[in-house]
Design a protein around this ligand. Structure first.
Ligand code: 6GU
Length: 235
């Protein structure tokens, strides 16, 4: 998978992809993230990328021409499955969206800034609009890093233990169960006996029950409809 991120603040995105899981994904040749500074695509001597909004009002608007130039340059090099725009008024990001994106080959992610992009960019170039939640960030960069992280870790071979993405919170519609490691007892606080029993079926059942308990307590909104209730396991 290849992800091309277009931004006016490339430095904000230099860090996240040079570390841990994402770096390993790149070293293994499974994913590549390229960050593109929009500035060189700007127009005029100033390489302008934004201007005042028609009709007035506070805040600048990102112009269509620099973005068009950048996207067309990328498109001349390969075909893209999606051109994603990061914006607080997009579709709220969630695990099923991450799962779907992890199956794509090439993605462009355009980070919104200032008051956003000229509406014609959205009409003409954008195929998907994503928000990461109901709060406002000063730009789409951190949100783009969130999306890229959530997507790249799902690519087969990126995680060491390939099954571990399957047991993530949300992947089965439930929150993940509690986990423990050594020591088995710390200042009188004991690890649940069943986890030390070596009885695989009992352990699996305990984890499922704890997932349900935790989800019911913390995220009752996930317990509606059929979430985590395939086969009617939850009453
Ligand atoms: Cl994608 N961008 C901005 N600026 N704020 C956000 C967001 C995106 N998602 C949630 N808040």
């Amino acid at each position: 998978m290849r992800i091309d991120i277009i931004t006016v603040v490339p430095n904000l995105l230099r860090g996240p992809f040079d570390h841990s899981i994402l770096k390993r994904a790149e070293q293994k040749g499974l994913a590549k993230v390229e960050v593109h500074d929009l500035r060189p695509y700007g127009i005029g001597n100033q390489k302008s990328i934004d201007d005042y909004a028609f009709g007035g009002g506070a805040g600048m608007v990102m112009m269509i021409e620099p973005i068009a130039n950048c996207i067309e340059t990328l498109r001349s090099q390969r075909t893209y499955d999606e051109v994603i725009y990061m914006t607080p008024d997009g579709e709220t990001f969630c695990q099923p969206v991450a799962n779907a994106l992890s199956l794509k080959e090439n993605l462009i992610i355009l980070c919104g800034h200032y008051k956003g992009v000229d509406e014609r960019v959205r009409q003409h170039f954008i195929t998907k609009e994503i928000s990461i939640g109901d709060y406002v960030l000063s730009g789409g960069e951190l949100a783009a890093a969130v999306v890229a992280d959530a997507v790249i870790r799902l690519i087969p071979g990126v995680l060491n233990d390939e099954t571990s993405a399957l047991t993530d919170s949300f992947q089965d519609g439930l929150l993940a169960p509690p986990v423990y490691t050594r020591p088995a007892e710390y200042h009188g606080m004991k690890v649940p006996e069943v986890l030390l029993s070596g009885h695989a079926a009992k352990i699996e059942n305990w984890r499922f029950e704890e997932s349900v308990r935790r989800t019911r307590q913390r995220r009752p909104d996930l317990m509606g409809s059929s979430a985590g209730n395939e086969g009617g396991k939850i009453d």
